[in-house]
Design a protein around this ligand. Structure first.
Ligand SMILES: Nc1ncnc2c1ncn2[C@@H]1O[C@H](COP(=O)(O)OP(=O)(O)OP(=O)(O)O)[C@@H](O)[C@H]1O
Ligand SMILES: [Mg+2]
Length: 327
């Protein structure tokens, strides 16, 4: 069985609640709050649990919010190993304004992690027996840590013969690529920042993605394009392929990126070829867009969209928009 480990250094207890209207200077009375586990790696593990894949979630845990997070993961059937830390796990707040449907998302910076606490996270991954096939490091870094932590992780995973998948941004992503990883999933904005381009455009994202592969930064690059789907390129897929996303009703885009990575990993765990796995990831991302609030993709939506994409790929004329399927 393929073993997938997710690592979440800055998880969150995500609290969401409804209000009729957000106005300044007055008390805003909220509806009943809903709590969920959040943070990139934990979301990927939750998606895997939904899609029928196994994973072990390794994450930092501090204070009462950390304990609550634990209970939520237990309910969600996520196998896990917590690394206890001194500071409290963060709590994020999402307010949904019913009169407009707008979401206001307040994201806390999170705990400070000491070098020793980071080392314990690294050891938790390094000491696994058997060695995991894939390690997925996803999400922002907590403050206090050097941007090199994913590079340390990349070195360790590589030495053990595993594959590191990274979904993060900025300096932490740069450092991981300098070391060399198996797969990265930037969106266009993250790629622009990485390669020093204008996020508004005027450059060729596909070329830059190919550059990350030819430069040895990552064996595979899955560039996510929102409603446009994804572009994948890799050592064995040099020119790259564009995988179109199916058109879906947009309810909430929150969770699309993590659902995509979760779908991709679920398919890789089933030993599907890379291009199929990216298709399944795109289906999972699109499925997440259909669900309300921060809800991740549902399996039945993902499988239905995936089946539709396969039919469209087999019969390009049938594709929505009438454009030829390149996937
Ligand atoms: N409007 C949409 N319609 C259909 N599919 C979508 C849409 N938005 C996102 N997706 C799907 O979700 C995937 C990931 O979305 P996106 O490129 O926005 O990732 P991201 O920017 O990393 O997201 P996040 O903000 O969740 O981290 C896309 O590749 C696509 O498959
Ligand atoms: Mg993302």
């Amino acid at each position: 069985m393929t073993m997938i480990v997710t690592l979440t250094l800055n998880p969150a207890l995500d609290i969401s609640a409804h209000v009729n209207r957000v106005v300044p200077d007055s008390k805003l009375r909220l509806g009943e709050p809903v709590c969920e586990a959040g943070g990139g790696g934990l979301n990927v593990s939750r998606v895997l649990a939904r899609l029928g894949g196994d994973s072990l979630a390794i994450y930092t845990r501090g204070g009462p919010a950390g304990a609550r997070l634990d209970a939520l993961l237990e309910e969600g059937g996520v196998a896990r190993e917590a690394v206890d830390i001194q500071d409290d796990t963060r709590e994020n707040l999402s307010i949904i304004e019913d009169s407009t449907g707008q979401q206001f998302r307040f994201v806390m910076p999170g705990p400070r992690l000491t070098r020793d606490e980071w080392q314990r996270c690294l050891d938790a991954v390094a000491n696994l027996d058997p060695v995991p096939d894939y390690v997925v490091a996803s999400g922002s870094l907590p403050s206090g840590l050097s941007v090199d932590v994913y590079a340390d992780l990349a070195r360790m995973v590589h030495e053990q013969g595993g594959r590191l998948v990274v979904d993060t941004s900025g300096e932490a992503l740069r450092a991981a690529l300098d070391e060399g990883v198996y797969l990265v999933k930037p969106n266009v904005r993250e790629l622009a920042r990485l390669v020093g381009r204008d996020p508004e455009g005027g450059w060729d994202p596909e070329k830059e993605a190919r550059g990350l592969v030819s430069g040895g930064g990552s064996e595979v690059v899955v560039l996510s394009l929102g409603a446009g789907g994804a572009f994948v390129t890799g050592r064995d897929l040099e020119v790259g392929e564009h995988v179109r996303s199916p058109t879906v009703p947009i309810t909430s885009k929150v969770g699309a990126g993590d659902s995509m990575v979760g779908g991709l990993m679920a398919a890789l765990a089933r030993h599907e070829p890379l291009l199929h796995a990216v298709r399944y990831g795109v289906a999972a991302g699109a499925a997440a867009v259909m669900t309300p609030g921060s809800e991740l993709c549902r399996k039945e939506d993902t499988d239905r969209l995936f089946a539709r994409m396969r039919e469209d790929a087999a019969d390009p004329a049938a594709q929505s928009g009438g454009q030829a399927a390149m996937a």
